[in-house]
Design a protein around this ligand. Sequence first.
Ligand SMILES: Cc1cc2nc3c(=O)[nH]c(=O)nc-3n(C[C@H](O)[C@H](O)[C@H](O)COP(=O)(O)OP(=O)(O)OC[C@H]3O[C@@H](n4cnc5c(N)ncnc54)[C@H](O)[C@@H]3O)c2cc1C
Length: 359
Amino acid sequence: MQFDTLVIGAGVAGLMSALELRDRGQRVLVIGSPHAPPASWAGGGILSPLFPWRYPDALLPLTSGAFSAYEHWAHRIAEVGGISPELAAGGMRVWDDVGADELAVWSQRSGMVAQWDMTPYGGMASPSIWMPDVGRIRNPRLLKGLRHLVKATLDIVLVDAHVQSFHSDERGVFARTEHEDFRADRALIAAGAWSDRFLPDDGKPYVFPVKGQMLMYRVPEGGLTSVLLTPNGYLIPRSSGLVLVGSTVEPGLSDSLPTHEAMDRLKTVASQLLPPSTRGAELVAQWAGVRPGSRRPVPWIGSVPEYGGRVWLNSGHFRNGLVCAPASARLVAQLMTGVAPFCNPEPYAPLLSSSSSSP
Ligand SMILES: Cc1cc2nc3c(=O)[nH]c(=O)nc-3n(C[C@H](O)[C@H](O)[C@H](O)COP(=O)(O)OP(=O)(O)OC[C@H]3O[C@@H](n4cnc5c(N)ncnc54)[C@H](O)[C@@H]3O)c2cc1C
């Protein structure tokens, strides 16, 4: 079969980009490696950056419409009989020392409600910031649902294989896996923390691995309904009385092995934040994933200059890959198919290796 675009990576970035490209008439091949577990499975699913006022405004176009974009994706998945990604509202409560004026200005610029709440919450003495519009998604289910949607969609082929080598020349792009060779006119690299393997090696990585670990507790149902975020960590409620506790940030590590040190650290976060109504919470799981870290605070989305329009990138979302996924996929698909982009793509453009790295 002849493909227009080869997508390397079957995490949320690769799968959503493939679907957006197909919606614009492309025949797409997606290859995802069984040997590189997606961060999209391991993540927490908060649909907001953590402490969003700390990020440049350039991130806003990728984050602000996340909840409604996920309503659309949940609907598409349901239409083909896929599993519900459990999109949930519920808000986020944040403890941070951001100044009142700075917060008010950010709230106005972003259009996101963020109000000081002086009432003590749980065991926390200091006031918190209440963000009622922040939602969350159950990302392992999202990934399952997206795979189901991709498989149910004509003109997309999904292959579980490891790309061992890749190159591009004036005839197109070529990928060799352990089973088969593939070619397409163009490639989109969405290989998460492993994306740099397919990009120019100039000593300045676009993307690097940052391990993150999580715990999961079973608590009495209804014990927690909002995301709670402090500088030490966060809690995310799931359905069926589950609560996630996250997360460690371990730059340079690309293994998915849980450690005792991380468990101890995250248990401290849990004891600080779990409300009294969840007394008797039982620790039921620990896991780790590898985030695509980046040398700048916004992701890389666009054509990789060295490849003359044949190789594109959608990666480097670090801690924001789930909240940014729908908008990033839409943007890269618009750029690849010559459609006017919904936002200014310049802040995300991949750089020539000789250029500076500032956003
Ligand atoms: C603990 C933790 C908590 C997080 N919490 C949140 C959160 O609350 N909110 C949020 O927005 N984000 C969160 N994130 C970040 C988010 O999960 C990531 O940014 C996002 O999932 C990255 O998606 P991706 O598709 O770019 O990469 P991935 O999901 O890592 O997918 C990469 C894909 O590339 C494939 N691949 C790699 N190498 C090859 C190869 N050689 N051949 C073929 N395929 C290959 C892999 O198999 C995989 O399919 C969290 C991450 C972690 C680890």
